[in-house]
Design a protein around this ligand. Structure first.
Ligand SMILES: [Zn+2]
Length: 489
């Protein structure tokens, strides 16, 4: 005995809103179990006719055959094996998978706006791995519409058989309508026909989740716990990382994340820079995630810190809506390394894993530390001088500049500016940096103000004797400087 599913493509009554947000494939399930074709060929009899020649040079049968080729290039474990047969009607549950035109679905009228219907049967009991086997599928194209074959935007009044075939063949493989599960998605598997004329990344992720990826035998770089990708999370900041879990697997000894079997995990790790609170979430990921945080150094000996399957309220599951996003919040200890696993419910995977970390550190109070000391300077009289200091500390420190050990009134910034300095400004400058935890005084910055030795043409030679020669004035200035230096010694 087998059970029948009816799946259909709806013609949009109005313009379909542009939907290019988080992708979110859905697969047809029996309960929570997947329904899959046995590995190998899926024979398909195409009975759509070979006339007329259509816009793209194909006919209805070769256009449908091209739709099968498109899926065959995407998946590994199964392949459509088309045969072009004479045009004609198909038979329900006759042991042959058929594509054909008809004005009803094995005697049942098409619903309003329905372009095509895929009928499917599955085994009534599961296989040893818990999945069910697809046993037969037929695709019926509605003769009430005008059909052709073309790429690109939809044309008025003429349906593109190719894209409808790709959509219906997606149902044959086991894909469902993501938008009917509350997802906003750019996918040919959406329930309404659109300008999308080929499988999107999301459609491919869904099909490859069911039937694996051609030519790919290795998982992503952070598939294994030991290869967890190190994360940098700035204090008081949010970081969103992206990755892919396509072809990821589950390791021997790996725990079930969020108490679900999963099967396609990838790993990140982070060493806490402070004590604090860390939120991790998978919002925007293209599949239904499992998320867990651990400490430990071996995949088979981890200590669970936090885990979550779905954060959405339970009320959402009352309708045909999939709960998908996982969120955990954990208290972290400075210096401890945490490991984060993102897995997919029932082993779902995708090329679009979004992982957002939000870290609220508890940064302890600390006494000031001077990271850049003020520097000694030697200038001439009249120069402008700026001393500066750079310090850290929590809470933010205050500053007091000193000259020869005495506080300078009003000098309470990170810089000390002296304009037009005189020799009397020479001295030893320091800055005291303080907060509620402690204080520190900078190293000494000596200011040396040298007397000017500028030659002058007036005023230097005493009264009445005429201007002294430049040489004479310069000699006087040099002599004065020498004496001044002597006195200091
Ligand atoms: Zn459909």
């Amino acid at each position: 005995m087998s059970n029948k599913l009816l799946l259909r493509t709806l013609l949009a009554a109005g313009a379909l809103a542009a939907a290019v947000l988080a992708p979110a494939y859905e697969v047809i399930r029996n309960g929570s179990a997947r329904v899959l074709w046995a590995n190998g060929s899926i024979p398909m009899q195409i009975k759509l006719g070979t006339t007329p020649t259509l816009q793209d040079g194909t006919n209805y049968s070769t256009s449908a055959q091209a739709a099968m080729d498109a899926w065959n290039a995407i998946v590994r474990n199964v392949q459509f094996a088309p045969t072009i047969a004479a045009a004609g009607a198909g038979g329900d549950r006759n042991g042959v998978n058929e594509l054909f035109f008809a004005s009803d679905v094995f005697g049942t009228a098409f619903e309003t706006n329905v372009l095509a219907v895929t009928t499917s049967y599955r085994s009534s009991t599961p296989s040893s791995d818990g999945t069910y086997r697809r046993t037969q599928s037929d695709i019926v194209f509605n003769t009430a519409y005008t059909w052709n074959s073309y790429r690109g935007a939809r044309q008025s009044g003429v349906l593109d058989l190719r894209r409808v075939a790709i959509h219906e063949l997606g149902h044959v493989l086991g894909l469902d309508h993501p938008d009917e599960y509350g997802q906003t998605v750019s996918a040919i598997m959406s329930s309404h026909i659109s300008d999308i004329d080929a499988a999107t990344r999301d459609d491919m992720d869904g099909a490859q989740y069911l039937y694996a990826v051609p030519g790919v035998t290795t998982g992503p770089a952070n598939d294994l716990f030991a290869n967890a990708t190190a994360v940098t999370i700035p204090a008081s900041n949010t970081v969103t990382l992206t990755g892919s879990s396509v072809n990821a697997g589950k390791e021997s000894g790996e725990p079930n994340h969020a108490s679900e079997a999963g099967g396609a995990s990838i790993w990140w790790k982070w060493t806490a820079t402070y004590n604090g609170s860390l939120e991790v979430k998978t919002a925007g990921t293209s599949f239904d995630t499992l998320l867990a945080a651990y400490t430990g150094t071996a995949v088979n000996a981890l200590t669970l810190v936090a885990s979550n399957d779905d954060v959405e309220p339970a009320s959402q599951s009352s309708s045909q809506t999939r709960n998908r996003t996982s969120i955990i919040t954990l208290s972290v200890t400075q210096g401890t390394t945490y490991y984060f696993a993102v897995d997919g419910w029932d082993g779902e995977w995708g090329s679009n894993v979004n992982l957002t970390f939000t870290f609220a550190p508890i940064i302890p109070d600390s006494a000031p530390t001077i990271t850049t000391q003020p520097l000694s300077q030697s200038v001439t009289v009249g120069a402008n001088v700026v001393f500066s200091v750079v310090a850290t500390g929590k809470p933010n420190p205050t500053y007091q500049w000193n000259k020869n050990g005495s506080a300078i009134a009003g000098a309470t910034g990170t810089t000390l500016s002296l304009t037009g300095v005189q020799t009397s400004d020479s001295g030893n400058y320091t800055v005291t940096v303080a907060n509620s935890v402690g204080s520190v005084t900078s190293s000494t910055a000596a200011l040396t103000v040298n007397a000017v030795s500028t030659p002058s043409t007036g005023g230097g030679g005493g009264g009445g004797g005429g201007a002294p020669s430049h040489w004479f004035v310069a000699a006087l200035a040099l002599a004065a400087l020498a004496r001044w230096r002597q006195r200091r010694q």
